[in-house]
Design a protein around this ligand. Structure first.
Ligand code: NAD
Length: 458
């Protein structure tokens, strides 16, 4: 296998495929990243990843290179797992995918390529219809390299293989996924993918885990466009579910109901399910915002209104402002006040700060004249670079010392396990705790001497 793009998705995929027995070359254009990986340094923080990579390289099944040609030359399947950020027009920017596809086309014509068809499986999240686009660009690359003169060498099939891993538990999700989706137009491509994922589908690789999470992983086969749509639809649904509970949370606040109890009460309904019903600051991160935007952009291209998705975004946009209003309500003016942000990464167990609520909240508080100190177990350095004026510390109690208010932005274990009495003893009046994740028991927080404000908690 070759996996192009050694980020959250590509590196985890590559290391997981090596774990289940394949020989994998991870390719990245970032030479520093490749050199670091060869020395065992992880470019991203993800629990269990370092061990998984060490295991793969130790077994001689996982290697790293900048050389796409050589990796494609040896591979039966090439995964594209490069970033597809939000472009200026909200649509997904496909320039990285396009560069890789062109490179694959060129490599397919090279002498290293055995005369055996190649499967190009796209894991990057791309607009519906991109599978055809990838095929076209591969052909363009091959043509540029003169490959179409020997067409028997330029034999390939394209699959869409969207990724559903969650940052923070990416290794687990990759080895024990809820499902694997493969979209393709040709049966042989599906069979290659089914074979490749066989050990994951059957959970037949040796694993030090008891009990095993499940016996067989569903393998969902679709056409290319449906597989691409499944990824967007899944993320749009999750974003909508969070916005829904946040809207209910606002109504709870107005009516005296408790959103935690409401979430438990509705989540036990099998049709609704308990997950993604946590009210608070709202959704962010590297996927939901850009994927919802991209889906709306696709709809606009088709002159279609997405009323539900528009509302999902509008509800979410208001959440961060609510944090500031809650601070203002109890602190009055924010000028000269000191606020501690507890957690900066967009969610626990990752160092990813893309579209993290902490960044916008910090910038807004600084613009209102507050002094802001941010704590995070792993993401502090990047956060300090991204928000000028934000002071960062590695110890939550240092962040709380002298603070008038603290905001729970990311509910890391380290934040959930804070000693609230100690926190209150270090803070200045009014010792306000705005709990953006409803992580603490309000009574316990008040008992510790804090002025507690959650979201939708009566
Ligand atoms: P990332 O930014 O962590 O990693 C992307 C990597 O690709 C980088 O190392 C970059 O150097 C490399 N790259 C870019 N262009 C390249 C090129 N031309 N040649 C070689 N390497 C190149 O991105 P990510 O978070 O892993 O996301 C990758 C894709 O997967 C995106 O489309 C994303 O939407 C999707 N996705 C991400 C997640 C997630 O939780 N991060 C989950 C599901 C799907």
């Amino acid at each position: 296998m070759a996996v192009v793009g050694a980020g959250y998705v590509g590196l985890v995929t590559g290391a997981s495929l090596a774990r289940v027995g394949h020989r994998v070359t991870c390719v990245d254009k970032d030479g520093e990243r490749v050199a670091g990986l060869r020395d065992g340094r992880m470019p991203v923080y993800e629990p269990g990843l370092e061990e998984l990579v060490a295991r793969g390289t130790g077994a001689g099944r996982l290697s790293f290179t900048e050389d796409l040609d050589a990796a494609v030359g040896r591979a039966d399947v090439v995964f594209i797992a490069v970033d597809t950020p939000q472009g200026d027009d909200d649509a997904a920017d496909l320039s990285n995918v396009s560069a890789v596809a062109r490179g694959i086309g060129r490599a397919l014509t090279g002498s290293a390529r055995r005369e055996r068809p190649l499967v190009v499986a796209n894991k990057s999240t791309v607009p519906v219809g991109s599978g055809d686009y990838v095929s076209t660009v591969i052909r363009d690359g091959a043509e540029e390299a003169g490959g179409l003169d020997s067409p028997e060498k330029v034999r390939f099939g394209v699959a869409s293989n969207p990724e559903f891993l969650r940052e923070g538990s990416a290794v687990y999700d990759s080895l024990f996924p809820d499902r694997i989706v493969v979209g393709a137009e040709e049966a042989w491509v599906v069979e290659v993918m089914r074979g490749l994922y066989g050990p994951v589908i059957e959970q037949s690789f040796p694993v030090e885990m008891d009990p095993r999470p499940r016996v067989t992983v569903p393998f969902v086969v679709t056409d290319l466009a449906s597989a691409e749509m499944i990824k967007y639809a899944a993320n749009a649904f999750l974003a909508t579910k969070v916005s829904f509970i946040n809207e209910i949370s606002d109504l709870c606040e107005l009516t005296g109901a408790d959103v935690g109890s409401v979430a438990t009460g509705i989540g036990l309904d099998g049709r609704i399910g308990p997950r993604f019903l946590n009210a608070g600051i709202g959704w962010g991160g590297s996927c939901l915002p850009k994927d919802v935007s991209a889906l709306r952009a696709i709809a606009r291209e088709h002159h279609h209104d997405t009323k539900l998705l528009d509302a999902t975004v509008a509800v979410n946009d208001r959440r961060r402002g609510l944090v500031v209003s809650k601070l203002r309500r109890d602190l009055g003016t924010l000028g000269g006040k000191r606020v501690a942000l507890l957690g900066l990464a967009f969610k626990p167990n990752t160092d990813d700060l893309r579209e993290a609520p902490s960044l916008g909240i910090a910038a807004e508080l600084l613009s209102l004249g507050a002094g802001v100190v941010g704590y995070d177990p792993v993401a502090v350095k990047t956060a300090a670079r991204q928000v000028p004026g934000l002071r960062v510390v590695f110890d939550p109690y240092e962040a709380l010392t002298g603070a008038h208010a603290a905001v729970v932005v990311t509910d890391w274990e380290e934040v959930r396990n804070l000693d609230l009495r100690r926190a209150a003893s270090l803070m200045q009046e009014p010792k306000l705790l705005v709990d953006g994740r409803n992580a603490f028991d309000p009574a316990a927080a008040r008992g510790a001497g804090l002025l507690y404000r959650g979201f939708g908690r009566g």
